[in-house]
Design a protein around this ligand. Sequence first.
Ligand code: URA
Length: 207
Amino acid sequence: MRTLIVDHPLTATLLTTLRDERTTNPAFRAALRDLTGLLIYEALRDAPVATFPVTTPVAVAQGTRLSHPPLLVPVLRAGLGMVEAASALVPQSRVGFVGIARDEDSHQPVPYMESLPRDLSGVPVFVLDPMLATGGSMLHTLDRLRARGAADITAICVLSAPEGIAALRDSDHPVRLVTAVVDSGLNADAYIVPGLGDAGDRQFGPR
Ligand code: URA
């Protein structure tokens, strides 16, 4: 599996804000939005483009657009905080949704919602989930996307655990990972260490 770690002074400072337990919910959402923009920027670095003429107030110049804007798929709830930044940078993108809760005892994913285009053959897909922990939610999402024909999938995750990376690598899914950092591992509750806590609670408050 191809893995791109976006290591940059700006991603590092935004990560610091996300990690800090004193960061308020609004400040956390703002940092997640900004960091998502940087990850999307890098994820699209080699995206194919088409050119077309664009008329400036002075002359005709060469315009550029993405040939295949990715479908954006936030994994609810935590991935919601990544959609605004991603769709601001790629406004042509469609957005699909997958809802997955987590069983706090077994740590297994509990899917509760799916709203995706019927046919994803030939469509690049960006899955937005801030935390790649055990990989269970991501693998479920990849299964659902593959069932609809997706064959070009990028997981955009702010923090990743080695366990989640291994789970993706050991699957047969055609997935690439773009992440800001790989942390040490998981604790007994399947939280990423040192991590940032519960990414949904940090954005929206505790349930
Ligand atoms: N989900 C979270 O929100 N945080 C973790 O550390 C792991 C999974």
